[in-house]
Design a protein. Structure first.
Length: 70
């Protein structure tokens, strides 16, 4: 069984790990902040949307993305 609390990377200023259900309130607070949202594509972000996002399984590959001029 995979450990959902596994830390993938840790520095003095950053911890990379999977989202957990405990992150829902923090994620909702961030996404519903109007100062953040004005630079993003979402408006009036709802708690149920945050809960769905946090619970949604996702697989991310670490890699590089080059812009077209390269």
């Amino acid at each position: 069984m995979e450990n959902d609390n596994q830390v993938f990377w840790r520095t003095d200023c950053l911890v990379l790990r999977r989202f957990s259900i405990d992150d829902t309130n923090y994620f909702h607070f961030y996404r519903s902040n109007s100062e953040v949202a004005k630079f993003q594509s979402w408006v009036n972000y709802q708690y149920h949307e945050a809960k769905t996002f946090v619970n949604e399984p996702r697989i991310v590959e670490i890699g590089f993305t080059l812009s077209p001029e390269y």
